[in-house]
Ligand binder design. Structure first.
Ligand SMILES: [Fe+2]
Length: 301
């Protein structure tokens, strides 16, 4: 296991202003107010210069997941292993690295076609979060071990076994657990952790998804802040994909809401932190302890 954290996401948006209004006004993230030649907008949740890059596009989808490596040597070893296994690894230019506020990065597609940006050396500016919605802080660090990443994302991978091997053998994730969701015959989700205590940083969903991401998750520190986000979302007329509930595996107590363009955002608290040394992967046949009643737009019961 060598990948340190899921550090950032790049999101394509047909309406970056709407995304920013949602990101700041509903999620409570902070506009990083970065200049960008391509017109991208940036959202921050902690002392990282940004966690979400929202880029103008004619489509709404996930563009890339930024994965952090702990140092240059581990990063180079990972790139070499990927190239040796026949994957196309493209080095990022200095200009593009500066845009991402990283020392260096390279791009590779996983076997399902999800684009990953592997980087090391994030350039922190230590600006304090000032949440426009009054969120006190997002859960992105753990005192004893450092960065937990922005949260987690779930990526589509119809051939889930091949994709899982790619992540566990080459990217450097560890398998945390597997879920066979009830009532969804044959569907499998593999949850994987990075080298930090967050229960999962990346999960693979064994099917396709039109937005190239099943959901992303960000975490606050209290149940009250989840409740306050619910109120902000209702007031803004945001679609609720799932009611409040608690997952079995990462213990996350959360809601799911849809961002402009349709990407699902899980907004939670109380996520499990794990000591991986003594952990044994598990298999679940239930997704939730309670709640999380889904309401997919355009689909009626
Ligand atoms: Fe999640």
């Amino acid at each position: 296991m060598s990948v340190a954290a899921a550090g950032y996401l790049r999101i394509a948006s047909t309406d970056t202003s709407a995304w920013m209004d949602f990101g700041t006004g509903v999620l409570g993230l902070m506009d990083a107010e970065r200049e960008d030649a391509s017109g991208a907008r940036f959202l921050r949740m902690d002392d990282h210069p940004f966690r979400f890059m929202v880029e103008p596009s004619d489509t709404d989808r996930l563009l890339a997941t930024g994965l952090e490596y702990p140092n240059e040597a581990t990063w180079r070893q990972t790139l070499d292993a990927l190239a040796s296994a026949g994957h196309t690894v493209t080095a990022g230019s200095e200009e593009e690295a500066n845009r991402r506020c990283v020392t260096a990065f390279a791009t590779v597609d996983d076997p399902a076609g999800n684009t990953l940006e592997l980087y090391w050396g994030r350039k922190l500016d230590y600006v304090t979060l000032r949440s426009p919605a009054g969120v006190k802080g997002f859960v992105t660090t753990f005192a004893q071990t450092g960065d937990l990443g922005f949260g987690h994302c779930v990526l589509p991978a119809p051939d889930i076994e091949t994709a899982t091997d790619f992540y566990t053998q080459l990217i450097g994730t560890g398998l945390t657990d597997t879920l066979y969701p009830p009532g969804m015959a044959g569907l499998k989700i593999n949850f994987m952790h990075a080298n930090n205590p967050r229960q999962h940083s990346i999960a693979l969903f064994g099917g396709p998804h039109p937005l190239d991401i099943v959901h992303l998750m960000i975490e606050v520190q209290t149940l009250d802040e989840v409740g306050q986000a619910m109120e902000r979302a209702k007031k803004a007329g945001v679609h609720f994909l799932a009611t409040l509930g608690r997952h079995v595996n990462d213990n996350m107590c959360s809601i799911y809401i849809l961002a402009p363009g349709g990407i699902a955002v899980e907004y939670g608290y109380d996520g499990l932190l794990i000591d991986w040394e003594n952990y044994i992967p598990t298999v679940s046949v239930e997704g939730d302890l309670w709640g999380h009643e889904y309401n997919f737009p355009g689909i009626s019961d």
